[in-house]
Design a protein around this ligand. Structure first.
Ligand code: IVH
Length: 795
């Protein structure tokens, strides 16, 4: 396992319906990057880091969000390309006969059903014989070998079943594959089978790779796939690949009447066969075969994930045909996941590219179904707590054909009697020491030190120089990765000191591969040009704060105007962020805003808090009674009931209210969340970003390096308009224009459009059926305009 995230995404909590546009956009971007990353690992490097199930969950999540927000579908959306990422470099070949997959059976009843289905389809009567061939199901990758007049002319991978890749040169290097077949042999013969690696060869190969410092393969299947799909066949030749033949593709004339006969012919031509295989005459003997192989499974030299049952007579196979992508005449009977027990030595935390913290179990190495496992995923913080996994525990490890083994449970009876402590999940990033936070409704804890965290640095730098951020010509993503790898640029500010440091590099940039004096000086010029002038919204967007996309960055720039005002505003908002108790109270159903305000106003007085704390010491009183006694005018019966349901005891309630009253949001917070496109989620991210000293230092460094941020300029002509610089709120139904239209028009005239009314609002424009916002404007004495009056004002 490398230093990448183990798919926390399958656990993302908000339903697509609950996402804001901003969140949906951010998540789709993250998903596109994630999925592309895992696709490359799987298809091109044959080194997946997440299970197929987790991968599917990512794709499903992407599609669900796109279904809800079709307009946000990205040009690089995975939904436009999933799975279609074969390694480039191999020629595509259409299969003469499609390469099928197999249906699965798990329980004995599934096997009974399979046999009954076949018998019914063929119209067999009781007592009519029906024979099967049973053989092990090898975990490798299927391959089709085409022989013409006995000569191997082509070898193809399965691909999508209809079209595969030409891997002839590589397959020719496999010892088990005959290059010529002894006569008699049909003019055209396609032999299908599995390319795989023996477990012992796999372990030896990985050991050698480890010694050379090369990346390891996760299992024999990936090793086989990775070895077969090498563009240089001399690499394949050095890999211990094997081949079993088990079926036919196109054949110009029949070679046998039964599956067993096919095996015999294949053996005669020199092919290896799946062994041990057996002839079976019904469900009972099939299940006996299954059990027998299961007992011998660990002693077989190769990995299997089940056994395969095939109707023996080829004429019956022909009649049975296939449904969608699997034959009716065969099925795969799968074995359950393999488990083993071992000691948990330690829990380490990996930090992914997006800052997600993932716990990894470090185990006493143990053999799980033939593969030595020393690390397993613990998924996330909640899973550790749910299973109460503790360092030193004896744990059950499972390997389910998946790439990453899992901890399924703790053997609690074996827990040491003393000295074991529940695992305390870290609150700080192990890579950079920044605070790691977990958002409401998320299972993943994330590092907030994006710009300084080495785990996230490349990703953040990539974003920093991307087109809508600093967009420095000559400093594309490729160069950034190259410079980061070689230590030239490790944080954004390093970009702006490159020129200064260049003469100290060995070699200087101009002497690097692919560079010369001209391109080097052009790069410095481009950097200096950006240093001299960068728009505020680009600067904000470049910082890569979660949920702060381009639109939100623009809104912030428009509102705060200068970088200094923005920084001050963010620091104030961070200080004015409401506490958890306040937020809980405000999301409580059945308690309206007026009631909440009344309660908090009351708890704002120290005397009242002391009084309430006295009541909290009286054990016989219920929350409802205390509320009725102290706040009967403010809190009506239904609200009191809702509060009593949420807060279990009087002390709970009193402390929560005191806490909420002490940590109410300040005006700077209100100002931030009321901006359209910002909202609580982005506001919390912004505040979190500014609370982290490392992040403030990055901004300070950039400004100190001479980066000059241009204040937001309202569009030309806007300054002379009567609403320039005014804050306006639209409410109710407008008749002559839509909301977005009204907003765009107001903004083009230099007004700020806010989502809620405050003392800072200049105008509230009320359409039909305006409600609480109009009332609030009246209370605060804010000027109210009708739609007509507004139109007259702005012309
Ligand atoms: S027969 C028409 N026999 O399992 C179907 N397949 O999950 C031909 N496999 O794509 C397949 N061992 O790659 C068959 N003894 C065996 C097998 C086997 C492994 C693979 C094969 C197939 C996949 C389906």
């Amino acid at each position: 396992m490398s230093n990448a995230s183990l798919s926390p995404a399958s656990l993302r909590a908000l339903a697509p319906d609950e996402l804001t546009v901003e969140q949906a956009q951010a998540e789709l971007a993250a998903l596109a990057a994630d999925i592309a990353h895992h696709n490359t690992l799987y298809h091109q490097k044959d080194a997946p880091e997440i299970s197929d199930a987790d991968f599917d969950a990512l794709v499903r999540r992407n599609n669900a969000i796109e279904a809800r927000f079709p307009e946000l579908r990205r040009a690089d959306s995975p939904s436009l390309s999933v799975g279609a990422a074969p390694a480039s470099g191999f020629r595509k070949v259409r299969h003469a006969v499609p390469m099928l997959s197999l249906d699965n059976a798990f329980a004995p009843e599934d096997v009974t059903d399979f046999v009954a289905r076949v018998r019914r389809f063929l119209g067999l009567k009781e007592g009519d014989a029906l024979d099967f061939v049973a053989e092990p199901k090898i975990d490798g990758l299927s391959c089709s070998l085409r022989y013409q007049n006995g000569d191997l002319v082509q070898a193809t991978t399965r691909g999508d079943g209809a079209e595969g890749e030409d891997v002839t040169a590589n397959v020719r290097t496999i010892r088990d594959v005959p290059h010529t077949l002894p006569a008699p042999v049909p003019a055209v013969l396609e032999v299908r089978g599995e390319v795989y690696m023996n477990r012992g060869d796999f372990l030896a190969m990985n050991t050698a790779r480890a010694e050379r410092g090369e990346p390891l393969f996760a299992n024999p299947r990936n090793a086989a796939a990775g070895s077969l799909r090498q563009l240089d066949s001399s690499i394949t030749a050095g890999r211990p690949l094997c081949f079993f033949g088990y079926a036919l593709g196109e054949v110009s004339e029949p070679i046998a009447g039964t599956q067993w006969g096919v095996r015999e012919r294949l053996k005669g031509w020199g092919f290896q066969l799946n062994r041990p295989a057996e002839h079976c005459d019904g469900v009972e003997s099939l299940l006996r075969f299954y059990d027998g192989i299961q007992r011998r499974r660990a002693t077989l030299p190769f990995d299997i994930d089940g056994v395969v049952y095939k109707v023996d007579r080829l004429d019956l196979q022909e009649r049975l045909g296939f449904v969608s992508r699997a034959p009716r005449w065969a099925t795969a009977h799968k074995y359950p996941a393999e488990q083993a027990q071992t000691r948990l030595k330690a829990i380490t935390i990996q930090v992914g590219r997006t800052g997600a913290l993932t716990p990894v179990a470090e185990l006493e190495p143990v053999n799980v179904g033939g593969v030595v496992v020393s690390r397993a995923t613990l998924h996330n913080e909640d899973e550790i707590a749910r299973k109460d996994v503790r360092v030193g525990d004896l744990v059950i490890v499972q390997r389910a054909g998946d790439v990453i083994p899992q901890i399924v449970a703790v053997v609690e009876s074996q827990r040491p009697e003393s000295g074991s402590e529940p695992y305390a999940y870290p609150t700080h990033c192990p890579e950079c020491g920044s605070l790691a936070v977990r958002e409401e409704g998320e299972v993943v804890r994330r590092c907030t030190g994006g710009l300084v965290c080495p785990a996230q640095a490349v990703e953040r730098l990539r974003h920093f120089v991307s087109r809508d951020a600093f967009d420095i010509e000559g400093l594309g993503e490729k160069t950034i990765v190259e410079f980061w790898t070689d230590g030239l640029v490790r944080s954004p500010v390093d970009i702006f000191t490159l020129e200064q440091r260049n003469e100290g590099f060995t070699p200087p940039i101009r002497d690097r591969f692919g560079w010369d004096v001209v391109s080097q000086d052009k790069l410095f010029a481009a950097i200096n040009q950006r240093r001299a002038a960068i728009d505020l919204h680009r600067f904000i967007f470049a910082l890569g704060i979660r949920h702060v996309g381009e639109v939100t960055a623009k809104t912030l720039a428009k509102h705060y105007r200068t970088v200094d005002a923005w920084i001050a505003g963010m620091n104030e908002a961070a200080a004015a962020m409401p506490g958890q108790a306040w937020q809980d109270l405000h999301t409580l159903k059945g308690v309206g805003p007026t009631t909440v305000e009344g309660i908090l106003a009351w708890f704002a007085h120290a005397d009242n808090v002391a009084n309430a704390r006295f009541y909290a010491t009286q054990p016989t009183l219920s929350v409802e009674t205390v509320i009725a006694t102290l706040l009967s005018k403010t809190v009506k019966r239904p609200a009191a009931k809702a509060l009593a349901e949420r807060y279990a005891t009087v002390p709970d309630w009193v402390e929560a209210m005191a806490e909420a009253a002490a940590h109410r949001p300040g005006p700077a917070w209100g100002e931030l969340v009321s901006l359209s496109d910002v909202g609580t989620v982005a506001a919390e991210e912004l505040a979190g970003f500014f609370l982290e000293p490392n992040n403030r230092a990055v901004i300070g460094d950039l400004l100190a390096a001479g980066v000059t941020v241009i204040p937001y300029e309202p569009p030309k002509g806007a300054t002379s308009s009567p609403v320039a610089g005014k804050t306006v709120v639209f409410t109710g139904t407008l008749t002559t224009m839509t909301r977005p239209e009204a907003k765009a028009r107001a903004e083009s005239l230099g007004a700020k459009v806010a989502g809620s009314v405050s003392a800072k609002t200049d105008y509230v424009i009320c359409g039909a059926d305006a409600g609480s916002k109009a009332a609030k404007a009246r209370d605060l004495g804010v000027t109210i305009l009708s739609e007509e009056e507004w139109c007259a004002l702005v012309g």
